[in-house]
Each structure stands twice: as structure tokens, then as C-alpha cells.
Ligand binder design. Structure first.
Ligand code: KG4
Ligand code: ZN
Length: 358
């Protein structure tokens, strides 16, 4: 089964075709991050307008790449009409990120997917972005991860710990009470004068730094729950930056160590509590090599990390999620949802206890 995935929840316009949830036939991205880097963060209105400009060229390119990967096709003189005819014949379903994310951005992807579903009479599968991220671990040539798994999804939009018993069987164990880990990286980087997105910049700067120069706070490390909090750590780091007492690379190393230390320790606590057999790392911050190495070093069970290029937002994991959680609905019933918990409840039937709704 070939699924066309569409992703527009934040600043990446993405489309991909994935076969049977694991084989990437195409993966196309247009990012507005270079435009956003000047403002030090994402401006939703600008991101949404960029999606409008990019969505059709990106989908067209994803279909074209998939067609080229299709050995049964004679691809001489491919024009738009032939490409669309190929797509109608070969694409089995359309998957689109329904939420959570920036509402103006989500609407572009969702409405485009609805139009294609209607015009091509193809089933449409609404995808929950936070859960979809973890399917980047299925897009590698390895045997599927052993269940139950503890999933750490850590990005600019979310920092969540989940228990996964099977496809479609997810339980929220904890999430951030304030800033996400990605936000902390981005805001501290901005305070260091680094461009957006800040996570990769901090990782680069930290290489020459000494993390022992400064020990930053680890909020909620000893709390009884599996929640996170990064706002206090962020404020403490920004305060230290303003004093001018420390070198930027030492500060970057301390920041990276503090954030990753909390993420790893809480994840391992969840592994112990729920007797997990695997840890799955996902989300943009999963591209951080210090985090990957620390988690692999400390974990008593196998840690699966996605390929670095599939950690940040793209549509391959959207298509893969849809294959393994195949619940098509009519295009009339799909709506963009900005809120994490309402998206989970509506489209993944994940119960979110009131204590987790913030
Ligand atoms: O998953 P993603 O592309 O978008 C959201 O769904 O939010 O994640 C983007 C986040 C940004 O905060 C970015 O700074 C962070 O992922 N990030 C990193 C690294 N690469 C991306 N953070 C730390 N180290 C990295 N190497
Ligand atoms: Zn994401």
C-alpha cells in the first residue's frame, strides 16, 4: 500500500510517499526556517503563507520522485496530466497531520488533503503529529521495536513520555508543564545570539565547552510524576548568560547537559516503572547526538533512535503512522486541531486524564 503523507503543522511544508509504512519512495521538504531565523522564532502568519506557496509544488515533487522509484513505469515525457494519472492509479490513501500545531499552518495541509481525497476518491487518514514522530523509528531497515516501549518525543512543540503497547495503544505518562525542551534550546540560543532553530547551534557550540563550569538546575527531577519543566532551567541559563561570567561554549555545554540529563533520567524511570523492553526516541531534539549517546549509554534496554534526517518534521513519518494506524474517515469529518490533548482524544482515541490537560 502506498500512502501520500502531508505535513504542515509548523514551519516545514512536507510531502512523502511511503510503501507499507516502511519504504520511503519520496521525501520532499520546503522549510521557511531561513525566513524565520531572522526573527528568532516562528511567526505563525508567515509560516502559514509560506505553506500556501509551497504546498502544491512540494506534493507534485513527492509524487514525481515516487513515480521515478516505481520500476513499472515508463517515465518518458511525464507531464502534469500523466503524473496525476499515475497518482490516481498508484496512491492508495492520503494521510495528513490534523494536529497539534499552528492552526493557520495545519489548515493548509488539511484542506489540500481534503481536496485531493475528494478529487481522487481516495481514503483520508487524520494523523496526530506527536504520535507520528515516533514512526521515524519504523523507517529504518531493522526489525520492528519490541513492545512495550517507552517513547520520548521531544521537539519544539512537545516534550512527552508515552507508553506504547502496540500500534494504536498509547498512554500518556508525562509531558512538559511549561516550555518544551526544544523551546528551551531555541530561547537560550537566541539569548546567546545564535540563529533559529537554536538546538543544532547549541550542540555545535557545546563541542568545545566544559559542561562542569556551571551546573544548571534540573527542574522536577525528583518529583513523583513523569512530567517535565524547562522554564526554570531556561530562565537560570539566560540569567547566567547576562552576567557575562561564562564563555559561550561552556554555557552551551552546561545547557545541553542539563536538558538531556533530565530527559534521560525521567525516561529511564518510566522504563523501570512500566518494565519496557525498548526506548524509542523521536522528535526534532532526537537529532541531538549528546542526547542519543547519553540515553544509549545509560539505558538498561535497547534504545531505538531514528536517522538524524528523519527526526525533524517531515511527511515520511506521517505516512508511516497512517499505515500502522489505518483509520480512514470521510474528508467531511476531518478538521485541523491546534491543541495536543483534543487531537489525541479525537483522532487517536488516547485518553488524556484531566491532570494531564494543561
Ligand atoms: O520536530 P521538530 O522539527 O518540530 C516540532 O514538531 O516542533 O523540532 C524542532 C525542534 C527545534 O526546537 C530545534 O531547535 C530542535 O528541534 N532541534 C535540536 C537539534 N535539531 C533540532 N535540538 C537539539 N539538538 C539538535 N541537534
Ligand atoms: Zn514535530
Amino acid at each position: 500500500m502506498k500512502i501520500l503523507g502531508i505535513e504542515t503543522s509548523c514551519d516545514e511544508t512536507a510531502a512523502a510517499v511511503v510503501e507499507n509504512g516502511r519504504k520511503i519512495l519520496s521525501n520532499v521538504l520546503a522549510s521557511s526556517s531561513s525566513i524565520q531565523s531572522k526573527s528568532g522564532g516562528i511567526i505563525p502568519e508567515i509560516a502559514a503563507r509560506e505553506h500556501v506557496t509551497s504546498i502544491l509544488p512540494v506534493i507534485k515533487q513527492a509524487l514525481f520522485q515516487a513515480l521515478l522509484a516505481d520500476k513499472n513505469t515508463n517515465f518518458e515525457d511525464i507531464d502534469d496530466a500523466k503524473l496525476v494519472a499515475w497518482a490516481r492509479r498508484n496512491i492508495d490513501a492520503i494521510a495528513v497531520t490534523a494536529g497539534p500545531g499552528l492552526i493557520g499552518c495545519l489548515l493548509v495541509g488539511v484542506e489540500t488533503a481534503k481536496a485531493l481525497s475528494y478529487a481522487w476518491t481516495k481514503p483520508i487518514i487524520p494523523v496526530v503529529h506527536t504520535l507520528a514522530h515516533l514512526y521515524s523509528n519504523w523507517l529504518v531497515k531493522k526489525s520492528p521495536p519490541k513492545m512495550p516501549a517507552v517513547v520520548l518525543t521531544v521537539s519544539g512543540g512537545h516534550t512527552d513520555l508515552l507508553l506504547m503497547k502496540n500500534h494504536g495503544e498509547f498512554q500518556i505518562l508525562g509531558s512538559t508543564r511549561d516550555d518544551t525542551a526544544g523551546e528551551a534550546f531555541d530561547k537560550i540560543a537566541r539569548s546567546l545570539g545564535l540563529p533559529f532553530p537554536g538546538g543544532p547551534q547549541i550542540q555545535k557550540l557545546a563541542k568545545s565547552g566544559d559542561l562542569k563550569t556551571l551546573v544548571l538546575p534540573r527542574p522536577l527531577l525528583n518529583s513523583n510524576d513523569l512530567d517535565f519543566s524547562f522554564s526554570g532551567l531556561k530562565t537560570a541559563a539566560i540569567r547566567e548568560i547576562k552576567t557575562g561570567r561564562y564563555k559561550n561554549d561552556d554555557l552551551a555545554a552546561s545547557v545541553q547537559d542539563a536538558i538531556c540529563d533530565v530527559l534521560v533520567r525521567k525516561t529511564l524511570r518510566a522504563v523501570e516503572k512500566f518494565k519496557a523492553r525498548t526506548v524509542l526516541l523521536a522528535g526534532g531534539v532526537a537529532a541531538n547526538t549528546y542526547l542519543r549517546d547519553l540515553l544509549i549509554k545509560k539505558s538498561p534496554v535497547l534504545v531505538e533512535v531514528p536517522p538524524i534526517n528523519l527526526c525533524t518534521d517531515n511527511a515520511t513519518f506521517v505516512a508511516s503512522y497512517a499505515y500502522f494506524n489505518y483509520h480512514p474517515i470521510t474528508w467531511k469529518k476531518i478538521n485541523a486541531e491546534s491543541d495536543t490533548f483534543s487531537t489525541l482524544e479525537k483522532y487517536a482515541m488516547v485518553e488524556t486524564t484531566k491532570s494531564k490537560v494543561r
